[in-house]
Every structure is written in C-alpha cells, then in structure tokens.
Design a protein around this ligand. Structure first.
Ligand code: NDP
Ligand code: MG
Length: 384
C-alpha cells in the first residue's frame, strides 16, 4: 500500500476546508490529517479535531483557546492560539501537503512558512498570489516546492498543461459564471442588496469570494493568479463568461488548438486533484451528462459595469505592490458591504481610490507587502 498523504488544512472550518475534510473522510486509507486551523469557529474546529485527530490544532482567535484546549484535553492533540501560531506550526508539523483554505491576506505568512518548510502547497487562497505572486513563485523555485492550484479555473489550466512542458501557450482563457448579476448594467446594480449578491447561481462558497464573484473581482484576482501560476503575460490571459460553469477554463496553444477541462461545478474535484496529483483516484462524484446539460454558452464580460475586472488588469500591468493595494482595499470594501456600510457599486469605487492614493512601490520586499496591506486598510477605512 502507498503511504498516506499527510495533510494540513489551514481554514478547515470554511467552505473549502469542510469539503477537503469530506474527501479525507471518503479516502480514510489514503489521507491522514495532521493540522486543522480556524479563525474563531471553535465549535466546528473541536468537532473536526475529535473526528480526524490531527497532531496540531490552531485557533487564531485567542479568546477561544481555553475552550478548544479543554474540549480536546483527553485527546493527544496539541492546541495553539493566535495568527502567528498558524504560520509557526509549519515548522513543526510532519504534514507533506498544506491546503491553504484561509480567506484573504491572512493566508500569506502561513503559506510562506509552509513553502520555506518544503511543504507541497494545494493553493485555494488565491489572495496570497495576488498580493505577493513574484515572491511566492521565487520561494517555490528556491525551495523546489510544487504549488498545485485548487481554484477550479487554475486546476483546469494546470490539467490542460500536463504533458505540454515543451509547448508554448498562446492564450489562457478563464471562464467566469458571471455571478448573480450577469447581464445587468450599472443602473440596475445601484441598489442591489447583500442577500442578492450572496446568491451565487452555481457555487456555494464563503461570503467573501461570493461577493467577489458578484463584482467580478474574483475573476480579476484569478487573472493575476494565472499570471503567476503559469508565467503568461497579462495580454494573453482572457476571461469569457460561461454561465453553465461546465468548462472550468481553457488553454490555447500556438498551433491554434484549444484544450478545455470540464466537469460539474463541484470544488471537491479540484481539491481531490490537488491532493493526489499526478494520480487520479476513483470517486463516486456525480458524473457530467452532456445530453442533460444540452447547451454551453459564452459571452464577453462587461468591464464597464463590473469595474473590478478592469482594475485587476490595471494592477497586474502596473506590477509592484499595486495588486497588494487592490487586494487590501477590496477586503475592506467587501467587509464594509457585508456590514451595510457601503453600496454594491462603491466596492469598485473604493478599490480605485485606494489604487490612486496608496504609495506605489515598484520592487516590493515582504516587509513592503506587509506595510502596503496595513497602509491600504487605513486609507480605505478613512474613505468609508
Ligand atoms: P470561508 O470564509 O468559507 O472559510 C475561510 C476559512 O478561513 C475558515 O476556516 C475561517 O475560520 C478561516 N479564516 C478566516 N479568516 C481568518 C484569519 N484572519 N485567520 C485565520 N483563519 C481565518 O472561505 P472559502 O472556503 O470560501 O475560501 C477560502 C479560500 O479559498 C479563499 O481564498 C477563496 O478565494 C478560495 N476559493 C474558494 C472557493 C470556494 O468554492 N469556496 C473556490 C476557489 C477558491 P472561521 O470559520 O473560524 O471563520
Ligand atoms: Mg475560481
């Protein structure tokens, strides 16, 4: 029997984290859970730890430490608290693979620590590559660490590129569902509510990425993510709206041939692929029936209405810390929208104001990214 995969799940209580644990439950003889972490959902973290008995558990919210520690006292599980502990655990865990399923900028430092400790990265946390893509790709190369994308579009592209090492890519074509407001114009969006924005047509995901999907920021972040993962120029990364979410993305090669990866919209597929790559493991996931789906359609995205997509291209083309500024502004803006402090269209307005206001650094270091994130959050808060 082959050795079990030893997996750390950062953000185990979220949408990606819980689906990863479903896979661990289904593939018990192939997966061992080494680490589980959460921000503040102590009850779910405790239940998960009791079921999967990892060696280490971390809760970022220090006020929940005693609750988690006491609940797990009879088990042989070490419990830590605080954000820094999530990164520090990478130095002591015997996990070989780390699934980064935390949300936003909080994934950056733990991912860096995981790479430095030679862990294979199953990357869900796209914001890490948006904030510091150049640094992360350099660190992966230096440490000979593989970064396997979990984001469905990037998993699709990754799968299309298997066996194509010697061939040049002409274009990457990222598909986008279009979100709940596909086809709407700016006037239609002025008064949309949080509940409407949180209703994604095809995917059930955490709140932040669901809002990002509604504003098309998610596609913008994914364009930047693709640039770093696949080393393709911005001009060669296109987005196309494909409302059925069956084609997860495509690669066009220099001979004009296009490869697409398809499947039903289910994040367990790309998580599974990242865990077991280069193998494919038998599953009983629901199969795609072409005759049931019947029609696949495609549309141009509308960057005038969904301004965030254009802003992401601008940030990517500018380089330096600009995508870090956009990411931090967007995290503040989405949080403000979810807390009824701003309206839907103000999310992109706030992002653009921050891109025009925060100090630009052409060649940022890690410390620069950290200070850019902090500065942008302050500036964004002052605009609210
Ligand atoms: P969720 O909001 O559902 O889950 C986030 C997880 O991270 C939770 O475990 C949460 O803990 C934890 N967390 C949040 N903030 C912090 C913090 N500051 N410090 C430590 N832990 C924290 O998000 P998703 O699962 O939807 O997304 C996770 C990542 O995967 C995102 O980067 C997203 O873009 C990406 N992704 C998600 C997809 C999806 O289908 N959901 C698809 C493609 C990519 P707690 O529960 O305690 O709050
Ligand atoms: Mg995606």
């Amino acid at each position: 029997m082959t050795e079990k995969k030893k997996i750390a799940i950062l953000g185990s209580t979220g949408s990606i984290g819980t689906q990863a644990l479903e896979i661990a439950r289904e593939q018990k003889d192939k997966i061992e859970i080494e680490v589980l972490t959460a921000n503040s959902n102590a009850d779910l973290l405790i239940a998960q730890a009791k079921e999967f008995t990892p060696n280490h558990v971390v809760i970022a919210d220090e006020s929940k430490y005693l609750q988690v520690k006491e609940a797990l006292a009879v088990h042989d599980i070490k419990v830590f608290a605080g954000s820094k502990a999530i990164a520090d655990i990478m130095e002591i865990t015997s996990a070989d693979t780390v699934l980064t399923a935390m949300v936003g900028y909080s994934g950056l430092l733990p991912t860096i620590k995981a790479i430095e400790n030679k862990k294979r990265i199953a990357l869900a946390n796209k914001e890490t590559l948006v904030v510091a893509g150049e640094l992360i790709t350099q660190l992966c190369a230096q440490n000979r660490v593989d970064l396997i994308p979990v984001d469905s579009e990037h998993s699709a592209i990754f799968q299309c590129l298997v066996g194509e090492d010697l061939n040049a890519i002409e274009n990457i074509i990222l598909t986008a569902s279009g979100g709940p407001f596909r086809g709407k114009k700016r006037n239609d969006l002025a008064e949309v509510t949080k509940a409407q924005a949180l209703k994604h047509p095809n995917w059930s995901m955490g709140a932040k990425i669901t809002i990002d999907s509604a504003t098309l920021m998610n596609k913008g972040l994914e364009v930047i993510e693709a640039k770093w993962l696949f080393g393709v120029k911005g001009a060669n990364i296109k987005a196309v709206v494909h409302p059925q979410s069956i084609i997860h993305s495509m690669v066009e090669f220099t001979d004009g041939s296009i490869k697409a990866q398809m499947g039903l919209p289910d994040m367990k597929l790309p998580i599974h692929y990242a865990f077991f790559f280069p193998s494919r493991i038998q599953t009983d996931f629901k199969r795609l029936s072409f005759t049931e789906i019947n029609t696949l359609t495609f549309e141009e995205p509308d960057p005038e209405t969904f301004r965030n997509l254009g802003l992401a291209y601008e940030a990517m083309n500018k380089g330096g810390n600009m995508a870090c500024i956009l990411n931090a502004a967007n995290e503040v803006a989405v949080d403000a929208f979810l807390n009824d402090k701003i309206k839907f269209l103000q999310i992109a307005e706030l992002n653009e104001r921050c891109m025009n206001s925060v100090s630009f650094i052409a060649k940022p270091t890690l410390d620069d990214y950290i200070s850019t994130d902090a500065e942008t959050r302050k500036v964004a808060a002052s605009f609210l």
